[in-house]
Design a protein around this ligand. Structure first.
Ligand code: SF4
Length: 270
């Protein structure tokens, strides 16, 4: 697999400065309004991915020092923006839970999902809800049930075994890799092929494109059976600058391979 330098996109992403951001145009989600239910002063995450575009995770999430916005504050801000979008006849494709870390860590995440669904139905009924999640909280039934209410859940799975999982994603606490896979299988059983999986490939100090790593990852994809797989590589300066990006041609080979082996549609995103 051909690697590219990590200097192609030399900038690190700044943290989102509010509960709502955008809307932004993206190839994956069209015109998407982002929801960040997390602190604005530091990343709040259960992982410490070497490639994180926000830099290293400074604290295990229980010790995060910045306050989280209340569910009421998040929903009030969203309603204001959606009302404005409605007045401007802005056609949003998605309203996406994402932001400064892992969005399901908000203590009232299930209520937030219900609240955003109601606001969406009222002000922008054409928009679908999406979430980008690292899947570490999915073993909790309440979180899985809330995620299942979101029309387009996109889950991260960059590894096919515990070794790469620990080395690349550097989870800061449980669950173990097998538990993540088990909960993904449960979610897939609950929601069917609405489940999408995204996988970031890198080389350098960790290489999840190596033959065995790919073999293990394809095995996990086959077990989870998402509706689609999205593969991509570095887009911004990673936390660990020794990582190398993977070229588009190599990503296309990986996408073709996973489709050939599992029958699951896979595509490359730049
Ligand atoms: S899961 Fe996302 S936000 Fe968390 S460390 Fe990894 S890339 Fe960064």
């Amino acid at each position: 697999m051909q690697a590219t330098e990590n200097t192609k996109h030399p900038k690190r992403l700044h943290l989102q400065s509010s509960c709502v951001y955008g809307p932004v145009h993206s190839r994956r989600l069209g015109l998407s309004l982002g929801i960040n239910p997390l602190p604005t002063a530091e990343k709040y995450c259960t992982m410490n991915c070497r490639y994180c575009q926000y830099g290293w995770t400074r604290h295990v999430h229980e010790r995060v020092t910045s306050p989280l916005p209340s569910a009421a504050a998040v929903l009030a801000e969203i309603e204001e923006v959606l009302r404005e979008a409605n007045a401007l006849a802005l056609e949003l494709d998605y309203i996406t839970f994402s932001g400064n870390g892992e969005p399901t860590l908000h203590p009232d995440f299930p209520q937030l999902v219900d609240g955003v669904r109601a606001l969406r139905d009222r002000w922008t009924p054409e928009a679908r809800l999406a979430i980008l999640t690292n899947a570490t909280t999915l073993p909790r039934r309440s979180i899985r049930q809330a995620v299942a209410k979101i029309e387009a859940p996109i889950v991260k799975l960059d590894a096919g075994n515990e070794t790469i999982y620990k080395d690349l994603n550097r989870p800061l606490e449980s669950p173990r890799f097998e538990q993540v896979i088990e909960s993904l299988i449960e979610l897939r059983e609950e929601i069917g092929d609405r489940l999408a999986m995204q996988t970031l490939f890198v080389q350098g100090v960790v290489d999840n494109t190596a033959a065995q790593a790919l073999e293990d990852w394809i095995g996990c994809v086959a077990s989870v059976k998402p509706g689609r797989v999205q593969v991509y590589s570095l887009d911004r300066l990673p936390a660990d600058q020794r990582l190398l990006g993977v070229g588009r041609e190599a990503l296309a080979e990986i996408a073709a391979l996973v489709t050939e082996r599992t029958g699951i549609f896979a595509e490359v995103f730049d």
